[in-house]
Write a protein that binds this ligand. Structure first.
Ligand code: DGY
Length: 320
């Protein structure tokens, strides 16, 4: 049996690799400490039919122009801002992602950040652990979520999961997408213009994909329109936020608190100014980081890859 030729660009679940190897000859980049060099990727892709992009290598038109055999790109992630989607479409290459595999897990994380920020859990824990808790007046005070307004920017499956969790806490939900969605699509929530969401929300959760339009959507102007008591959560992509603007908004109490699962740059260096602030909490991009979910994502990406190699419709495709 002639096997398909596939390139794997980064860490891959052993079961996923085994499954791919049953049908394909694989060239895999397995240095966990550095990303695959562009020249290596170019060379490996020259005669490859499939790309399993677990290393999230940047894919652009120039690269695709040198991949005459490539039939499919599959990525074990929801986001695909590292890939030029229009170039894939122009070259007739379907791009598979795994959005539906991580919806509830990422909604859990986004809502965890909201609760943890609201109740100053990390400040309390730091105080206890460092022995600074000596009297009850020392304790950090947070905010109630009950009765507050949550603004979700980028309402989709994950946003709807966050909305359900927030409704269970008695929050009112407003949201903003580029276009209002049909009334009733997201039960009990209301679409509002972006500026209105900024000024009305007590808490904002960002879940929008990173695109040319959303890059630095949260900039100095946006922070200035928020309430000084606002709690700002980003579980989308770091570059949706202008990091310097966020730093100034937190230092000058333009907003009250930020909790981020994603940063720009990422990973954030240990000496970054944001890390010196008392009113921030940052987790290391763990939105989908549970074994069950990562396994689902890896195997769904294998299904996408194999379908594309066989010339079948991908179970989860972003450009067809
Ligand atoms: C995704 O799948 O896009 C998550 O952010 C993990 O990268």
């Amino acid at each position: 049996m002639v096997k398909f030729r596939v390139v794997v660009t980064g860490k891959i679940l052993p079961l996923a690799l085994e499954t791919i190897k049953q049908h394909c000859e694989v060239k895999a980049w397995d240095d966990p400490n550095k990303p695959i060099p562009t020249e290596t990727l170019q060379e490996w892709l020259r005669d490859a039919e499939g790309l399993y992009n677990s290393g999230f290598a940047h894919i652009n038109d120039a690269l695709l122009a040198q991949t005459p055999q490539l039939r499919v790109i599959s990525q074990p992630s929801a986001g695909y801002d590292n890939v030029d989607l229009a170039a894939c479409t122009d070259h007739g290459i379907p791009l598979g992602n795994t959005a539906s595999a991580l919806t509830e897990t990422t909604a859990d994380l986004a809502f965890t950040l909201l609760l943890t920020a609201a109740r100053r859990i990390t400040q309390g824990w730091d105080m206890v652990r460092s022995g600074r808790w000596q009297k009850s007046s020392d304790i950090p005070f947070g905010i109630d979520l009950y009765g507050k307004t949550l603004g979700i920017v980028g309402m989709g499956a994950i946003g709807s999961g966050v909305a359900r969790r927030a409704q269970a806490c008695g929050m009112n939900i407003i949201y903003h997408n580029r276009k209002p969605r049909p009334v009733g699509e997201f039960q009990g929530t209301q679409w509002v213009p972006f500026e209105q969401l900024l000024s009305q929300s007590d808490c904002i959760v960002v879940l929008t994909p990173l695109t040319a339009e959303t890059r630095h959507l949260f900039n100095t102007n946006a922070f200035a329109k928020m309430k000084p008591s606002a709690h700002f959560i980003n579980a989308a992509r770091g570059a949706v936020v202008d990091t310097e603007a966020l730093y100034h908004a937190l230092v000058n109490n333009v907003i009250a608190f930020a909790a981020l699962d994603v940063t720009d740059p990422e990973p954030i260096p240990g000496d970054h100014p944001l890390l010196s602030l008392p009113n921030i909490l940052i987790t290391p991009h763990i939105g989908s980081a549970t074994p069950e979910t990562r396994t689902r994502m890896a195997m769904m990406a294998v299904d996408n890859l194999l379908a594309g190699l066989r010339g079948e419709r991908l179970p989860s495709c972003v450009n067809n």
